[in-house]
Write a protein that binds this ligand. Structure first.
Ligand SMILES: C[S@@+](CC[C@H](N)C(=O)[O-])C[C@H]1O[C@@H](n2cnc3c(N)ncnc32)[C@H](O)[C@@H]1O
Length: 242
């Protein structure tokens, strides 16, 4: 990590350590590798976006090592809101042997447990229940299963869970599974979502050459959309190929 990125992570020392050491403590007291944690660039972008929007309710699919979860929860705290489990995270594998609660332990070490509502089930089962309960979120991060069919289902329900002007972010957008979902959104969802430029929220305001080139080529790792209307496609709407 560059010096710049290190200082931009000072807001959460537990997260900074997870990123620097690439390992975190599990429930059994061993250390596990934080292989799947979101990148520092993405985490700083999430942090800046959350601070700027002041999002009151946040959610993520894919809790993993709690990299992104720590950003959301610490930002809720820094925005001065009392802990009310206002960050919902979905991950069925937090207690699996390969994770052994690494994310939950990190959240405890950061003193943020009361901000977390963790649902330990696959997102395709949790999300429809949230829709039934009429839940609404201002910011949503989709970083769970990276299979096309799962990301598409995540997107379908998250769109229905977003508040007006809410923002949904996708990680790992270079993956063919995820870029296929993004192409569907761009071709068929213009009445409910518009692309949201993350440049101002990137580290160093998105000025790095690498980021500018990736953006020009449409190959940034994280892509966001803002909700501008409820999904209103009639059942027999024309299909725009993508
Ligand atoms: C890339 S990791 C998430 C990393 C996390 N955003 C972070 O910064 O630490 C993806 C996570 O998605 C979870 N996952 C896999 N399939 C899932 C599903 N169907 N529903 C919800 N989560 C899922 C995995 O257990 C894994 O922890």
């Amino acid at each position: 990590m560059t010096a710049l990125r290190r200082s931009e992570l000072d807001f959460c020392p537990v997260l900074k350590e997870l990123l620097q050491t690439r390992r975190g403590m599990t429930r059994s007291g061993d250390y596990a590798h934080t292989a799947n944690i979101s990148t520092p660039n993405n985490l700083i972008t999430l942090r800046n976006l959350h601070l700027a929007t002041g999002a009151k309710k946040t959610m993520e699919v894919g809790f993993g090592c709690a990299g992104s979860g720590l950003v959301f929860m610490q930002t809720h705290k820094d925005l001065g809101t009392l802990p009310q489990r206002q960050h919902l995270a979905i991950d069925p594998y937090q207690r699996a042997p390969w994770l052994d609660q690494i994310g939950l332990v990190a959240v405890e070490h950061a003193g943020l447990t009361e901000y977390l509502d963790l649902r330990e089930e696959v997102s395709s089962l949790v999300l429809p229940n949230l829709v039934m309960a009429k839940a609404r979120y201002d910011l949503a991060y989709i970083d769970g299963s990276h299979l096309f069919e799962d990301v598409f289902v995540d997107f379908y329900f998250v769109l229905r869970l977003l508040a007006d002007q809410g923002i949904v972010l996708f990680d790992d957008c270079a993956s063919p599974h995820i870029s296929k979902v993004l192409r569907f959104i761009r071709a068929n969802c213009a009445s409910s979502l518009r692309e949201f430029d993350l440049t101002p929220y990137r580290p160093a305001g998105g000025k790095s050459l690498k980021y500018r080139v990736a953006r020009l080529l449409g190959r940034t790792q994280m892509v966001a959309f803002q909700k501008i209307g409820e999904p209103d496609r009639a059942w027999d709407s024309p299909f725009r190929n993508f």
